[in-house]
Design a protein around this ligand. Structure first.
Ligand SMILES: Cc1cc2nc3c(=O)[nH]c(=O)nc-3n(C[C@H](O)[C@H](O)[C@H](O)COP(=O)(O)OP(=O)(O)OC[C@H]3O[C@@H](n4cnc5c(N)ncnc54)[C@H](O)[C@@H]3O)c2cc1C
Length: 538
């Protein structure tokens, strides 16, 4: 029998990008008793705070859920790795720290689907109010917010080679991907502060963790949301080996991410009724869209060998440099240990007639394979270029393996299932190979590693894409906002058909934005907090 513990006004499930912002904003009024439950541990480790730690976090059982997809039929039955943060800060504690937002048309599209208050002019204030832009405030940026946005402090010399090659291929420079226009190439700004990672926990939680009205419970896994008469009453969670219950006087807010949130809804009897019955879960509310509409940025990496010892590698020259890098980090918080791995890149159009860029380039000055988990590739000098499709048409889904809350969710990414996505990815490979063929890389260009040769037929490229395409860790859409039959939340992020329950995280995005998803999720949470407080004024 679970023990019933204290009652809170708001219970937030998941201390990730969204959960940390909510905890901050909802507890700002000392009259609100707020509880944040997070499965992972506290984030007080140099692995999280030191940017280069991103490599170690990629396969850390302690800080990463390390999900895997089902075998993917559209990708030669490959099982695709889906890392997510399991620690205070969530995925913002393990991500690559790039600060981008997408384009105005992404949000205007959300509004055009009937979501009131989500057009670009409505949401821009939340991007600004959550941001501390080190360059200073302007029409697009804020300087009074918590999330520190900084220039990279590493700047690997090969980043400049990539940018020069892009210029030679016809792309123009852009110093601000989040400003007046997104298109162009340059260096990414990063969510770092003084050369350390600025996760959502570092930005929004650490400074306020002493508030008396905020309780943060780590290593607490929520098993289900308690629903009575279509009203969320509280949560049941596992902590220190014991099942416990917390009651919510006002609302339960689900921020467990695009895989965790639909899984928890279904475990709580909210979801497609056939799916629930199949797993002997009693139906609290039949909501067919839960777990559907999964979208990811489909990505391909082309990799080239370098004949020169000018890239990051586990070789004698590289190792000697690493000692220098460690000292530079300790003494100045500068140098390669501050790298987000991706430093240079940008947003490009695959066809000039497009209104917005449809592809994102991310350059890595090392040989990248299997999400950086294959360390033997680091024995070779080389460089890698990600190219991801910003608005894919393929849709996947999240469902359940069974009714055990300790099981991972069942993930079917289904990338490349839409033929247009495959065509676009073939084009992406050609774009990358064209960039690598430019004069800027002449000095030191070795052989092509992925694909295995630089000149291929379209059919061969298609085969390469099916064999190698992956994603860039941006799952969204599985609890989508809207009013259609597949929508899970309304435009105030309240779960359709259930009172006192909202979903606030990346899963509510109806469609992917054309950029990385951390700051859009933070924006969503800041806007949601305002709506929650407004809706609970007595
Ligand atoms: C490797 C990687 C690299 C990325 N790189 C970038 C980048 O460079 N820039 C960028 O903008 N975005 C990047 N992203 C994406 C971005 O970080 C995410 O989109 C964003 O963090 C999602 O926020 P969220 O709040 O939806 O989920 P999360 O931040 O994942 O938070 C969900 C939280 O809920 C917790 N949780 C889940 N289930 C339960 C449960 N049952 N009980 C209690 N707690 C639970 C989780 O442990 C987690 O802490 C990256 C992501 C990854 C994984």
């Amino acid at each position: 029998m679970p023990t019933t513990r204290a009652k809170f006004d708001y219970i937030i499930i998941g201390g990730g990008s969204a959960g940390c912002v909510l905890a901050n904003r909802l507890s700002a009024d000392s009259n609100n008793r707020v509880c944040l439950l997070e499965t992972g541990p506290h984030d007080n480790t140099p692995l999280v705070s030191t940017p280069i730690g991103v490599i170690g976090l990629m396969d850390s059982k302690k800080y990463n859920w390390m999900f895997n997809s089902e075998p993917e039929p559209t990708q030669n039955d490959r099982i695709i790795y889906c890392p997510r943060g399991k620690v205070l800060g969530g995925s913002s504690a393990v991500n690559a720290m790039l600060y981008t937002r997408g384009t105005p048309s992404d949000y205007n599209h959300w509004a055009s689907l009937g979501n009131k208050g989500w057009a670009y002019e409505d949401i821009l204030p939340y991007f600004k109010s959550t941001q501390h832009q080190e360059r200073g405030a302007d029409d697009y940026h804020g300087s009074d917010g918590e999330l520190n946005v900084a220039e990279g402090r590493s700047n690997h010399p090969l980043g400049e080679t990539l940018l020069e090659a892009c210029r030679q291929a016809g792309y123009s420079d852009n110093v601000d991907f989040n400003g007046a226009q997104q298109e162009g190439i340059g260096y990414y700004q990063v969510t770092q502060i003084n050369g350390e990672r600025c996760s959502a926990a570092r930005a929004f939680l650490h400074p306020i963790s002493e508030r008396d009205n905020l309780t943060i419970i780590t290593e607490a896994k929520v098993a289900r949301i308690l629903i009575e008469d279509k009203q969320a009453q509280g949560v049941e969670y596992l902590h220190q080996g014991e099942l416990q219950i917390l009651n919510a006087a006002k609302e339960v807010i689900l921020s467990a991410g695009s895989f965790g949130s639909p899984q928890l809804l279904m475990l709580s009897g909210i979801g497609p009724k056939e799916e629930l019955k199949q797993h002997q879960i009693s139906v609290n509310h039949n909501l067919p869209g839960v777990g559907g509409n999964l979208q990811e940025h489909i990505d391909i990496i082309t990799v080239n060998e370098s004949k020169k010892a000018n890239t990051v590698a586990l070789r004698p020259v590289g190792m000697a440099k690493m000692v220098k890098d460690i000292w530079q980090y300790i003494s100045q918080r500068k140098g390669f240990l501050t790298t987000s791995i991706v430093e240079a890149g940008g947003f490009i159009k695959s066809k000039p007639e497009l209104n917005d860029p449809d592809m994102q380039l991310q350059f890595i000055p090392l040989v990248m394979e299997d999400h950086g988990r294959k360390k033997s590739t680091l024995l070779t000098y080389g460089y890698s270029l990600h190219n991801c499709l910003l608005r894919p048409k393929s849709r996947g889904r999240v469902s359940l393996h069974n009714n055990d809350f300790q099981q991972d969710p069942k993930i079917e990414l289904n990338m490349l299932s839409h033929p247009d996505d495959l065509t676009a990815m073939v084009e992406a490979v050609k774009i990358n190979l064209n960039i690598f063929s430019q004069q800027a890389f002449d000095d030191g260009r070795g052989k092509s590693i992925f694909p295995s040769k630089a000149k291929l037929t379209d059919e061969e490229i298609e085969g390469f894409v099916r064999e190698k395409a992956n994603h860039v860790y941006h799952p969204v859409g599985t609890c989508k906002m809207g009013e259609d039959k597949d929508a899970v939340v309304n435009d105030r992020l309240q779960v359709h058909g259930i009172k006192g329950l909202r979903v606030v995280d990346a899963s509510i995005m109806p469609t992917l934005v054309g950029g990385n998803t951390n700051s859009p999720t933070i924006m969503i949470a800041a806007k949601a907090a305002e709506m929650i407080l407004a809706d609970n004024v007595i």
